[in-house]
Ligand binder design. Structure first.
Ligand SMILES: [Zn+2]
Length: 394
């Protein structure tokens, strides 16, 4: 792979600079870098340079991206959506491989070079969705770093056979142990979380639990999660996705939970939905809790919304948290860049020598403008190679 010199860009909105990429990594950053012999040159024309964007929570295996429009006539509850999805899957028309690849490619074209995707595991589809997601990861391996969460969408201990499938999924290449609503879905939270953390310790993997449970119920589940995180020494290896309860319970109780999360380095993945309470970003950050962003499902049987653009998701996080000041809008960008790398455990991240050679060029004066306008991606570089121009893969 030839060296790549990108001239006249503004890393994170700073002074004009050049970036030299070599062997897939950032070799140097600074003004007036010499053109390497035999190397390629890109002219940045003063563009704002961002690190590769990170999708911290999505479901590639569920998406209908690139397929015909899905007519959504689903009932109002979460269980309605789960049952509807299982019935739809049973019809056998869904190609999780083709659809997940189509969506992941569009993520890459929009500058996402790292991703955490959940893959459904249950007693009806078994490991089919995991294997489809693994094939998509393999297909994009040269450009995108992907973590796959084995996700028991329909529950763990309430559906006999699911634990064995989760075990098999982790042996077959899933990176993270997923979970969902231990009270509301499994209806036996201690048993469910003991089983979840047993899988994690047996395979030496981190944990990422969907926690939609409201108010006191969610706070109770979160308490059990933190208890196990501490007891098993899993500091820095547990993520709570959504954590709606943190946007609903009394401030004193919320702050006590956030203080424990900060001590145990338990991060929060948020999609900042308009339809549910959310952990308040400013309060979480002030408490020292890492918050990062994700779209959750995109164009699937659950939702017609969302798109594979992490700047657009950062805008939604800013909007949901009423962020207006430029320095606050940079928190929203942090959710889809450095905080996501920290929360998911992606190493070698960011615009600094030695890190993976991922960057995105956009026409924006400042980071805040990039969040609010989500401008077209002029250039996307992944692992030291140009992979997309003007929003289209090359
Ligand atoms: Zn999700």
């Amino acid at each position: 792979m030839p060296d790549l010199l990108i001239q006249n860009i503004r890393p994170l909105g700073g002074a004009a600079s050049d970036i030299l990429l070599r062997d897939g990594r950032i070799a140097a950053i600074g003004p007036d870098q010499p053109v390497p012999p035999g190397g390629a040159v890109e002219h940045g024309a003063g563009a704002l340079a961002l690190p590769g964007l990170i999708e911290g929570h999505t479901h590639l295996d569920k998406t209908l991206w690139g397929g015909p429009w899905y007519r959504n006539a689903v009932g109002p509850t979460r269980l309605d959506r789960i049952e509807n999805e299982r019935a739809w899957r049973a019809a056998g028309t869904h190609d999780a491989g083709a659809r997940s690849l189509a969506l992941a490619r569009d993520f890459l074209a929009h500058g996402t070079t790292r991703m955490r995707s959940h893959a459904d595991i249950d007693t009806e589809i078994g490991l089919a969705h995991l294997r489809a997601t693994l094939r998509t990861r393999e297909a994009l391996d040269a450009a995108m770093e992907m973590q796959i969460v084995a996700f028991p969408q329909s529950g763990l201990t309430n559906r006999p056979g699911t634990e064995a499938l989760m075990d098999a999924a982790l042996a077959e290449g899933a990176d993270v142990v997923g979970g969902i609503d231990p009270c509301a879905i499994d209806r036996d939270p201690v048993r469910c979380l003991d089983a979840t953390f047993a899988l994690a310790t047996r395979h030496g993997r981190p944990v990422d639990i969907h926690l939609h449970e409201p108010g006191e119920m969610g706070a109770f589940s979160l308490d059990l999660i933190l208890e196990r995180t501490a007891a098993l020494g899993m500091q820095g290896r547990v993520v709570v996705s959504h954590g709606f309860c943190l946007g609903a319970i009394a401030e004193r109780d919320r702050d006590a939970l956030l203080a424990r999360m900060a001590r145990l380095q338990v991060a929060i993945a948020t999609t900042a939905p308009a339809s549910a309470p959310v952990p308040p970003l400013a309060v979480c950050r002030a408490a020292g809790v890492t918050v990062f962003g994700g779209n959750d499902g995109i164009r699937d049987t659950w939702t017609p919304y969302a798109r594979p653009d992490m700047l657009d998701r950062a805008m939604h996080i800013g909007l949901r948290n009423a962020l207006r000041r430029d320095d606050e809008l940079e928190w929203a960008l942090d959710c889809v860049t450095a905080a996501a790398a920290h929360g998911c455990g992606f190493v070698g991240y960011g615009l600094a020598p030695g890190n993976r050679g991922d960057l995105v060029l956009v026409d924006a004066a400042t980071l805040a403008e990039a969040v609010v306008t989500a401008p077209p991606r002029r250039l996307v570089v992944a692992a030291g190679r140009v992979v997309a121009r003007e929003g289209t893969l090359v």
